[in-house]
Design a protein around this ligand. Structure first.
Ligand code: ATP
Ligand SMILES: Cc1cn([C@H]2C[C@H](O)[C@@H](COP(=O)(O)O)O2)c(=O)[nH]c1=O
Length: 223
């Protein structure tokens, strides 16, 4: 069984760690809710959370990261370190304790988003991100990552139709989001056992049928 690790020694947490990833507007939040309901209906204790965020201090860091104010631009290295600071707190206060007591953690974005946004989007070298990943996660990786993938312009239309004020990332240009998408797909190709790529451009019912099938398969293989 694939369990999670801590402190470089393998620790098999009884809980499972599932992440949803993808660019802006691909349907992560919509499908996260469905994944949680699906698992709860099978008797699993589910902790629904998100990054950056998930604890009150990590949510405060999220606010700094998403604040669109241009008064003092955030440099790329500060952005990267803030993402990992929020993650360290989230792991320590919420994710690891939940996994250790046997709950399943379902998280809207995790470190693959850092490789996609800070790596692909901002152009930070993957080796620098990997060093922080090792330092903060100490071997812990999601058991399953659902990558919701679709063309950037169609996803942008969904964001526009949703009509909420755009945050600091959502104000980026199309080339940034193309680079994010490309980095996600590269990351998925490097860890094919962990990632499942879902075509998120289809009708919601079709997307959700795929996700349910995928979860059924994983649940069977983990039991
Ligand atoms: N398959 C789908 N077809 C059409 N519309 C969809 C589909 N999935 C989600 N939506 C709609 O698209 C919008 C964006 O969805 P959602 O907020 O779940 O995306 P997200 O990936 O969480 O976005 P963000 O990255 O900005 O947080 C919402 O209005 C949602 O209702
Ligand atoms: C985890 C993580 C997130 N981001 C960015 C990606 C999004 O634009 C925002 C989060 O908002 P959303 O509601 O989930 O869309 O944060 C990032 O740049 N790096 C990360 O590691």
């Amino acid at each position: 069984m694939a369990g999670c690790m801590h402190n470089e020694t393998q620790h098999r947490y009884p809980g499972r760690f599932i992440t949803l990833e993808g660019g802006e507007g691909v349907g992560k939040s919509t499908n996260l809710a469905m994944v949680c309901e699906f698992l709860e209906a099978r008797g699993v204790e589910v902790i629904k959370t998100r990054e950056p965020g998930g604890t009150s201090r990590s949510e405060a860091i999220r606010h700094l990261l998403l604040d669109p104010s241009e008064e003092e631009p955030l440099c790329d290295d500060a952005e990267l370190l803030l993402v990992f600071a929020a993650r360290a707190q989230h792991l320590d206060r919420k994710i690891r304790p939940a996994l250790a007591r046997g709950a399943w953690v379902v998280c809207d974005r995790f470190t693959d988003a850092t490789f996609a946004y800070q790596g692909g989007g901002r152009g930070i070298d993957a080796s620098r991100i990997e060093r922080l990943e090792t330092f903060v996660q100490q071997g812990l990786q999601p058991d399953l990552t659902l990558l919701l993938d679709m063309p950037v312009d169609a996803a942008q239309q969904r964001v526009i139709q949703r009509g909420i004020e755009r945050d600091r990332f959502e104000r980026e240009h199309a080339a940034f989001f193309d680079a994010v998408r490309h980095a996600y797909l590269k990351r998925a190709s490097e860890a094919p056992d962990r990632f499942v790529i879902i075509d998120a451009s289809r009708a919601l019912a079709d997307v959700q049928a795929d996700i349910r099938n995928c979860l059924d398969t994983r649940l069977a293989s983990w039991s």
